[in-house]
Ligand binder design. Structure first.
Ligand SMILES: *[C@@H]1O[C@H](CO)[C@@H](O)[C@H](O)[C@H]1NC(C)=O
Ligand SMILES: *[C@@H]1O[C@H](CO)[C@@H](O)[C@H](O)[C@H]1NC(C)=O
Ligand SMILES: *[C@@H]1O[C@H](CO)[C@@H](O)[C@H](O)[C@H]1NC(C)=O
Ligand SMILES: *[C@@H]1O[C@H](CO)[C@@H](O)[C@H](O)[C@H]1NC(C)=O
Ligand SMILES: *[C@@H]1O[C@H](CO)[C@@H](O)[C@H](O)[C@H]1NC(C)=O
Ligand SMILES: *[C@@H]1O[C@H](CO)[C@@H](O)[C@H](O)[C@H]1NC(C)=O
Ligand SMILES: *[C@@H]1O[C@H](CO)[C@@H](O)[C@H](O)[C@H]1NC(C)=O
Length: 417
């Protein structure tokens, strides 16, 4: 190889002796110092890459040879380019991508390729009276910039909370030495008992999914030269119904679950519950011992001249994907006929029995029934046995003036007619 030839220059032996004599008077004449940055040099495939290097010599009048060699595990060691004084001798095999412009010692690689990953050695040799040389190494790492990551959610159609698991996977089409990171609503997502990452972090496994997982997820793909972020993806999670409630104009509200209006006043009730997909809403009226399905949809309009003096209404919500239901009931009384109900004097035993009836209806599907109001003696006793599910009725009980109009409900199976 070219530089080996110079390391053993027969002819310079004589010069060398001569130089030793001169040195006594000239001092550091002939010293060579090579300087390179002491960091990893990062290259981007397809771009030019400069390997900076400086040298100093104590002389101006001698041959200066600059040689760059390359070494990697895959390609072994090879000479890239050499220059003597200002005359360049590119290597015939590699010279078309490696450029040196003496007197600068920096090497330009253009364009840089992945196979240029490895160790580069610059050697500067001064030959004249004396032969002196110095060399330095540079480590180069070449990368392909990461393309925009794409996140896929599986199952794509959606996952039912508490039942299904979801997997988010992140892929990039281009990029080397890529590392992945996940963000939930812009903040780093940490592993937890329900959030598990694959060892390469490309996959996020959520088991089981909850409503709380309904967020925007982004995958960040990074390598030493670049970073790219996916579009946010929000997995489809089916949940609910939650937070069921019935609203009307405040002026119609007497207490929790009890509304009143004058005869002839148009009254609306809006039933709402948080759910995905949107709930199916149905309304029932119960008066004079008859239960009638009256309407579909979230809004119930009552023409108060056409309704019984007192009737109970029930809004039923049903999520047809999660299969869960909820219902809430309220009483509507025409104001001309508002009469405070007499308290029934029933024993707590009766009351407990009523509670058990509703407890036996445990499977959710059986909750889909008609609820009957039953007066109870004391709010305190009611609280001891309150059915956990009937939150809205419980709210009636808690109403301060509810001790005059206290209700409990007993579930009946829907009568199929
Ligand atoms: C080379 O020398 C120049 C000028 O003195 C300096 O700016 C540059 O940082 C040096 N480069 C290296 C690799 O030492
Ligand atoms: C290199 O340059 C020096 C000083 O300018 C000169 O003495 C020497 O002959 C040159 N060597 C070659 C090979 O051109
Ligand atoms: C992300 O990748 C796309 C191509 O997939 C590219 O156009 C874009 O410039 C990249 N963004 C960054 C910040 O590197
Ligand atoms: C969800 O993952 C758990 C393990 O993490 C597994 O036991 C369960 O069967 C999975 N559920 C579904 C619906 O695939
Ligand atoms: C995701 O982000 C978009 C845009 O900021 C926002 O409209 C949407 O509500 C977010 N989705 C979730 C589930 O947070
Ligand atoms: C489930 O309910 C949604 C919302 O009301 C409705 O659009 C959809 O058609 C229903 N799907 C089935 C299978 O009943
Ligand atoms: C409702 O039914 C109960 C018991 O079945 C009965 O005692 C009551 O008289 C009925 N009320 C009306 C208004 O029909």
């Amino acid at each position: 190889m070219g530089h080996d030839a110079l390391m053993d220059p027969f002819s310079s032996k004589a010069h060398f002796l001569l130089y030793e004599i001169c040195m006594l008077t000239i001092g550091s004449y002939g010293d060579v110092t090579v300087t390179v940055p002491n960091v990893l040099i990062l290259g981007t495939v397809g771009q030019p890459l400069l390997l900076p290097a400086n040298y100093t010599t104590g002389t101006k009048d001698h041959n200066i040879q600059i040689t760059w060699t390359f070494q990697s595990q895959s390609s072994g060691s090879m000479l890239l380019v050499t220059a003597v004084n200002n005359t360049l001798t590119p290597d015939m095999e590699h010279g078309h991508r490696f450029f040196l412009s003496p007197p600068s010692a920096s090497l330009l690689i253009n364009p840089v390729e992945l196979r240029d990953d490895g160790e580069y050695t610059i050697k500067v040799t001064v030959s004249g009276m004396k032969l002196a040389s110095a060399s330095r190494q540079l480590i180069v790492q070449v990368n392909v910039p990461v393309s925009k990551p794409v996140v896929r959610s599986d199952p794509a159609w959606g996952a039912v909370e508490y039942v299904d698991n979801a997997t988010l996977s992140c892929t990039v089409t281009r990029g080397t030495k890529v590392i992945y990171q996940w963000l939930k609503d812009g903040k780093p997502l940490l592993p937890s008992s329900r959030h598990i990452f694959s060892s390469d972090n490309k996959m996020l496994f959520i088991s089981p999914v909850l409503k709380d997982d309904l967020s925007n997820y982004t995958c960040v793909a990074k390598n030493p030269i670049s970073m790219n972020e996916s579009e946010p993806i929000a997995p489809n999670i089916y949940y609910g119904p939650y937070d069921l409630m019935v609203k009307s104009e405040p002026r119609f509200k007497v207490s929790e679950g009890v509304f009143t209006a004058g005869k002839g006043e148009p009254v609306w009730f809006k039933c709402s519950a948080n759910s995905n997909p949107p709930n199916v809403y149905s309304w029932f009226q119960k008066a004079d011992n008859k239960t009638t399905p009256i309407q579909w949809g979230p809004v119930l309009n009552i023409k108060s001249e056409k309704v019984p003096d007192k009737a109970d209404y029930m809004c039923c919500v049903y999520n047809n994907i999660t299969g869960k239901r909820d219902e809430t009931q309220f009483t509507f009384i025409l104001s001309a006929t508002v009469v405070k109900e007499e308290l029934y004097h029933r024993s707590p035993a009766y009351y407990t029995q009523a509670h058990q009836v509703s407890e036996e209806r445990e499977p959710p599907v059986d909750d889909y029934g008609i609820y009957e109001f039953v007066a109870v003696p004391e709010p305190a006793q009611f609280q001891q046995v309150r059915p956990e599910k009937l939150k809205t009725v419980y709210d009636i009980i808690r109403e301060p003036n509810a001790h005059t109009t206290v209700y409990e409900v007993i579930c009946h199976s829907p009568k199929t007619s």
